[in-house]
Ligand binder design. Sequence first.
Ligand code: ADP
Ligand code: ADP
Length: 230
Amino acid sequence: IQIKQLNKVFRTSDVETQALNNVNLDIAKGDFVAIMGPSGCGKSTLLNIIGLLDNPTSGNYLLDGIEMGSLKESQRTSQRKGRIGFVFQSFNLIDELTVAENIELPLTYLGVPKKERRIKVDNLLQRLNLSHRSRHYPQQLSGGQQQRVAIARAIVGDPVILLADEPTGNLDSSNGREVMELLTSLNREGTTIVMVTHSQRDASYARRTINLFDGSVVTDETAERDTVND
Ligand code: ADP
Ligand code: ADP
């Protein structure tokens, strides 16, 4: 992820808000980044732009060396669906679909054949200890289980980037920790993670912490870790 001189201005009838102000960022493949800062500082806006859910007002965003601003809408959509997974605070599962059907959905959109979809979904359910819940509906699960299903749905298509906006915001601390451990293990397997969080504990799982204030990067720190023994 390469972001250069990125600006985002929201214009409503009488107000202009500079949500992002000249942001420059370079996020390497395989990194685990926490984005922090006070409410309204631009965290969600930045995540939405990285996730191709929103467009910057000016500046450059390159993903794998490709300038995202030069893509047609259909190309943006296929980049987003094929390469980016999203996890939200509010889980955003579809209540009318079972756990297995929720996880399968992105594969259906990607046109993956039924047999292959089944295998992928079953593998993920096993891995997340949710096999016994596959035919249940989201409302029948605890918050922690729902978030694990949401993470399964986000990664079932093997995205290169996983974006998480306050992934533990609606969870108690033990479920929150479980979700963070799951994200950590996905990162160790190579998934790049960019996570917005208010939680110091959640940020401690990341390798790098970026603090925004008023739309600008104010600090950017990478933890020195013993990656051989941890
Ligand atoms: P954070 O995620 O850090 O709380 P946001 O990125 O949501 O901050 O918002 C940054 C600023 O941009 C805020 O002042 C917010 O009110 C404003 N903003 C965000 N989205 C919109 C929008 N769609 N329209 C107008 N203003 C917006
Ligand atoms: P959080 O701070 O918990 O991330 P936000 O309050 O920033 O949540 O907003 C969540 C969503 O609402 C974001 O996608 C953001 O773009 C949108 N949003 C935020 N502020 C505004 C606003 N003033 N007008 C319209 N949409 C907004």
